[in-house]
Design a binder for this molecule. Structure first.
Ligand code: SF4
Length: 341
């Protein structure tokens, strides 16, 4: 049976209409699920028993379960077990502007980025929307605080699970439920052009981030197999179109890997290809893992790379490092759980 957390508000309205009930039942159910956080339909005390019975026939209130939390001052890393025994993870980062979480959209990932634990373990399956929603609910329950920002950049490629991810966005964006504003939600893709084109039409105010990680196809091919399918020129052409059409700024994620993509000439080339674009570049110091041989770029080179981009008038930041004590590189907890490390 389907999880009721899979349903957007509009879908619940249609459901209640289809069973001869008033639309406002959808508001009541959303409040019970997302504000009061009940675990059983029977707890929805302002809904009549015959409707509760019908809900029980059609849906389940399905949870994922919390397997493990690693806690540090500004970051918590969560490992969840899904109902079929698979594992996913999410990371909570406490910023001065609020609580941000990085969540998973698939079990494993088929994109095969060479620097990534999740890519190493391959995709097992897509997540349903409710399994993505549940990551937020469970973390809010754990910290007893609201999540203010969501980035879909954990395990998985969101545009390889497009429909469920967009359904998830609709659910958490709904004011009668969790109510996370579109501008506080970011979808990060490794560059699936068909997904970006679709997103361009449907994203509203939701942010787009691109995992670029190289200034040209030659380097990108070595670390991101997807670039053999979607060339960097085509990718940038579509991003320019996205910016023109949506008037939204795009973020380019750039993981700095020692001796691979962090040389001065890479920064110069990156500045050149992004010139004049409404974007900003997020430089990410690499979080080393035991299984992957890439090394973190030295601090002085990170600063040099940053300075070169700055001088080329590119908006650039260096991502604060949360990693270290908790296994914060994407996919590490899950990999450990699978006994692969
Ligand atoms: S970096 Fe993202 S897209 Fe690439 S393999 Fe890892 S999870 Fe997949």
């Amino acid at each position: 049976m389907e999880s009721i957390y899979n349903k957007s508000f509009d879908e619940l309205v249609s459901y209640f209409e289809s069973i001869g009930q008033k639309k406002f039942k959808a508001t009541q159910v959303f409040e019970w699920l997302y504000i009061k956080r009940v675990k059983f339909f029977d707890e929805m005390s302002n809904i009549k028993k015959d409707i509760i019975d019908r809900l029980k026939e059609d849906y389940v209130i399905e949870d994922i379960s919390l397997e493990k939390v690693e806690r540090d001052i500004e970051v918590n890393k969560y490992l969840f077990t899904l109902n079929d025994g698979n594992h996913i993870e999410s990371v909570l980062m406490r910023h001065d502007y609020g609580n941000s979480i990085c969540i998973s959209s698939q079990v494993g990932c088929n994109m095969g980025c060479r620097f990534c634990e999740s890519g190493r373990l391959k995709k097992v399956r897509d997540l349903d929307a409710y399994e993505i929603v549940q990551q937020i609910l469970m973390i809010e329950d754990d910290i007893k605080e609201r999540i203010t920002h969501v980035v879909v950049m954990g395990i998985g490629e969101p545009f390889d699970n497009y429909d469920n991810v967009m359904r998830f966005v609709k659910i958490i964006n709904e004011n009668k439920g969790i109510g996370i504003g579109s501008r506080h939600i970011t979808i990060s893709t490794c560059g699936l052009i068909p997904g970006i084109k679709k997103f361009m039409e449907e994203s509203g105010q939701v942010n787009l981030a691109i995992s670029l990680h190289a200034p040209n196809d030659e380097i990108r091919n070595k670390i991101m197999p997807i670039s053999k399918v979607y060339k960097i020129d085509d990718l940038l052409r579509v991003i320019r179109e996205y910016i023109d059409r949506t008037n939204r700024r795009v973020t380019f994620e750039y993981i700095l890997l020692d001796g691979v993509n962090d040389m001065d000439e890479c920064a110069v080339e990156l500045g050149k290809i992004l010139k004049g674009m409404n974007c900003y570049v997020n430089l990410i110091p690499y979080n080393e893992t035991e299984n992957i041989s890439f090394k973190r770029t030295k601090n002085h080179q990170i600063m040099k790379f940053y300075d070169i981009l700055k001088k080329k008038n590119i908006n650039v930041t260096i991502r604060k490092e949360f990693g270290g004590k908790v296994d914060a590189a994407c996919g590490q907890l899950r990999a450990k759980k699978k006994g692969e490390l």
